[in-house]
Design a protein around this ligand. Structure first.
Ligand code: PMP
Length: 395
């Protein structure tokens, strides 16, 4: 029997954690695992601007016939302005809509493989685990580069620049645009400039995965690094997601943008990206894309979205700061100060797998095995309990 030849796949760790959390009868359990935004009441709301855009679409949409294989041009244009900036050269830009940021990462890597089947993908250590999974599935070689010094609890920019010297023409350097997952440690503008200079020298191709634009310092500021690369480099791949900043996780909304050195190389990239969409799922999902377009192209909806996104960002920042302050008071040490300074939803608390298990078993505190916490899963009243559990586990 053919199907008998299948071998079991390791289950997704975060999904397994979610199931364990759901099955835990303790009423005071705390979920800092799964990467979705939560408000003060613990909900992941539909954003007001999204509801309004959906209502508008319901009224005005007269057909749901197929869009183009690359996705709705109005969506790609509006999202490109948001992500790459309005100065990005349209005549050098290719684009496809994709099912979420995961689809964008997959298609971006597929494009790199089409351009060079032997390409090596340089990935920050640590990174979102699906990067390694997709790279491995595509049969590409992964090279980890130093990014975060777990002992110092900070970026290892020096180590990163040394390791990236080894990426040459035909290789891809994957970078997180902002709100690095899982560390929350982001490159400074000076670091981005140093990376741009290095890539100009080595000829390696940058691929920026930006899944949390607006969760760090604001929707424009979070794209600073990416835009430094847009200006400095002849070629660039960008994978973007609307899941988090529009709160439309299940609508599967994202895009790949590619900058080519010339209009001709742009056309070649566009032809290959369109083919990738066609032979994978033909037309990308459209509902979320249309919601995003409505919001970005309407001044009132855009202002409403911007205000709510700013509120989400500040909510996460307050919880970060509260946890860092409480841990400083309780431990009498500054070793958790990084939690207050890092960006976005995630940080590493510096726990080993045994300590993570202990916090789960003894305190009902759920986090990912590498000690990643989702700061949006906290709420201010639970900060002391979380801090206590962390210190009791020996952090
Ligand atoms: N890139 C990174 C770094 C992420 O953390 C995520 C979400 N977990 C994604 C891409 C993909 O996001 P989605 O497919 O949900 O849009």
């Amino acid at each position: 029997m053919m199907l008998g030849h299948l071998s079991p796949q390791t289950p997704d760790k975060i999904m397994a954690l979610m199931q364990a959390y759901a099955a835990d009868p303790r009423t005071d359990k705390i979920d800092l695992g799964v990467g979705v935004f939560r408000d003060a009441a613990g909900h992941t709301p539909v954003m007001r601007a999204v509801k309004a855009a959906e209502e508008r679409l319901w009224q005005i949409q007269e057909t749901k016939t197929y869009t183009t294989l690359a996705g709705d041009p109005a969506f790609l244009s509006a999202l490109s302005d948001l992500v790459l900036g309005q100065e990005s050269p349209a005549e050098r830009r290719a684009a496809i809509a994709t099912p979420g940021g995961t689809g964008a990462v997959r298609m971006g890597l597929e494009l790199a493989r089409l351009a060079n089947p032997g390409t090596r993908i340089f990935v920050p250590d640590p990174s979102w685990p699906n990067h390694a999974a997709i790279i491995g599935f595509l049969g590409l070689e992964r090279v980890d580069y130093r990014y975060y010094d777990a002992r110092a609890r900070s970026l290892d920019t020096g180590g990163m620049l040394v390791d990236l010297e080894r990426a040459g023409p035909g290789d891809v350097v994957l970078l997180h645009g902002c709100c690095h997952n899982p560390t929350g440690a982001d490159l400074t503008a000076a670091d981005w400039r140093a990376v741009a200079e290095l890539l100009t020298k080595t000829g390696a191709l940058a691929m920026v995965d930006i899944a949390y634009q607006g969760f760090g310092d604001g929707v424009q500021t979070d794209a600073t690094g990416l835009r430094i690369l847009v200006t400095a480099l002849p070629e660039l791949i960008v994978a973007t997601s609307c899941s988090k900043n529009f709160g439309i996780y299940r609508e599967r909304t994202g895009a790949v943008f590619v900058l080519g050195e010339t209009t001709k190389s742009r056309d070649m990239a566009q032809s290959n990206l369109t083919m990738l969409n066609r032979q994978t799922y033909a037309f990308p999902p459209d509902h979320g894309a249309r919601v995003v377009t409505e919001i970005l192209n309407d001044a009132d909806l855009r202002a409403c979205w911007q205000a709510e996104l700013d509120g989400m960002r500040l909510h996460m920042q307050r919880q970060r700061q509260a946890l860092a302050d409480t841990l400083r008071e309780m431990s009498g040490s500054d070793r958790f100060a990084h939690l207050g300074a890092e960006k976005g939803m995630f940080s590493l608390v510096g726990a080993n797998p045994e300590q993570v298990e202990r916090m789960r078993a003894e305190h009902g505190l759920y986090m990912i095995g590498d000690g990643r916490i989702n700061l949006a899963g906290l709420s201010l009243d639970r900060v002391p309990r979380v801090a206590e559990a962390m210190l009791a586990a020996g952090l």
